[in-house]
Ligand binder design. Sequence first.
Ligand code: ADP
Length: 674
Amino acid sequence: MPPPPSAAAPALPKTPGAPSVEPVPFLELQNVSKQYRMGEHTVSALDSVSLKIEQGDFVAIMGPSGSGKSTLMHVLGLLDVPDSGSYRVGGREVGRLREDDLSGLRREAFGFVFQQFNLLPRLTAAENVALPLLYSGEGVDLERAEEALSRVGLPDRFHHHPNELSGGQQQRAAIARALINRPRMILADEPTGNLDSASEKEILALLEELNAQGITIVVVTHEEEIGAHARRLLRMRDGKILSDERRLPAAKPAPGTAARFSAGGGLRAAGLFEYVRQGLAMLSANRVRSALSMLGILIGVGAVVAMLALGRGAQKAMEAQLATLGSNLLVLRPGSRNVGGVAQEAGATTKLTTEDAAALREKIPYVRDVAPTVNGRGQATFERRNWNTQVTGVPPSYEKMRAATPTVGRFFTEDEDRRRARVALVGLTVVRELFGGKNPVGENIKVNKVNFQVIGVLPARGGSGWRDQDDVVLVPLETAMHRILGKDYVDYIDLEIDRVENMEAAEKMIENFMLARQKVPPSQRQGAFQIRNLADIQSAITENSRTMSVLLASIAAISLLVGGIGIMNIMLVSVTERTREIGLRKAVGARRRDILAQFLAESVVVSVMGGLFGIALGWGISLLFARLAGWAVAMSPQAVALAFGFSVSIGILFGFYPAKRASLLHPIEALRHE
Ligand code: ADP
């Protein structure tokens, strides 16, 4: 036995809670075969190998290249599955174990050392060493990692990254990582293959020392030097064990050294925290790429936030506008006198008069003003032009109630209404059709052959659905009823209610009042009068803001989709780039769900970052609109929460496929990935 290396080496810590039964032999292979199909050839990497390895042994496996050494090692370490034969670890048949149990066993029974070290380049030496702890549920304990590093002779390299360490130092760190979970056994695949001879000697001394402390060592090597120091030497050729030479008896195993079986617990908060931390690290390591992949989410979330803020702003603006336009208007129309919804006889309808209107204004406290209205068609003529239009008769109160102050000229007066004066206001469509756009005020027109003087032009109303609201001639109510249309009843009564809050109460009161006034029997009350809000104005404005919302929502939807695809893309690239890392993580005990969680956490980190920037962008857009359109923007916490929720879901939704792919990678294939 050579002297132990110079580094101080504390005793191997005792395993807590290990079962007292000590199965010997520790590893047992029986007739294990593994074949690879290469086109038409099949290569027997392992050909019916039987082998027992007991605890405390130091086994060197030697043989020419391609003789099956690595395959044997991978089968022993549960990284690869044989085609046939039996393999027992601690007396337990591993072929029957579930995937998660295999991960648990890999984590707790074995420590792996690879020729290429397989340290993760972004992590420091201590973080690399602590990695297996992430999967054993003990939490990343850097102090313990530093202890392990000291034990392998690297007490002053905790915070170095792998590229700041020599090959020998990297391999020492890798051995420290293999030791961190206090494994029963270290499996080393050509651990000195990439090292100079001085480093090789150090690593060999370290392995011997660990073996002296009771840890079983299995090492695949080309170095006769290592073979010469082993307690037992196996030589392989063509997938078979050629010779099996025992040089020294196995060391006394460390007490309580039986393989523990546990699948480990569920995902732990500490683990998730660590994944998020690593996700952020990855993000800052690939800034440009991450920023580009965030772009879609950023725009999408920005659009969502802007949409909600503007929607609310528009709503508020609309309410303010409606207050001046008269959102507190009700329209009372006559209805039919039905019994149980069936008209009793043809023409059994209620009727409304100007007296009803006056009574409503007087008797209902909520009613501030009334405008009984009649409508009809009329033939308007001016000089040689003819235009068939709507004739509407209203009292002067209409001007205020319907915000109909003329843009040119004036409205008619109470006196003119009473005198049945022949004065008229015209809508813009009539101005265009009869006057060719010239100012009509002062001109004389005929409506149904009655002379009228035009005294004003009505403000533009635009179309509401199929009806052009500017195609109208407005005349005093009395004039319309008695001089043009010949009606004794009004078609409907506009009622202005004092406050929006009182609308509902007013509706009830007006209906009851009218039913009583016209003595409608209880059986005919349903539908005898119809009362409506001024839904036309409301719907027109709602329509506008809805158009805007639909536009923004479609931008949002498309951007979020594109953003999601961007994230999926970047995650797929990341999975491919880090295939070896995934293999390594699996080798040190990560279960599928751990890998899944890690990559999901990363994609969520990307999408949430995009979402946060998107919220800022959306806020900016809303402020800009607010300034341009003069709207009060109203950013709500719900909108921010919704946007945040959107980004998280996109991250999960689109990150799932790449993460699932990563989690399903086969450990040894991932480790072999170039
Ligand atoms: P060694 O480690 O002794 O060099 P290996 O165990 O790596 O040998 O390989 C044993 C045999 O199996 C070789 O002939 C090799 O070509 C073949 N082999 C190993 N891995 C694969 C694989 N993934 N696909 C195809 N053939 C493989």
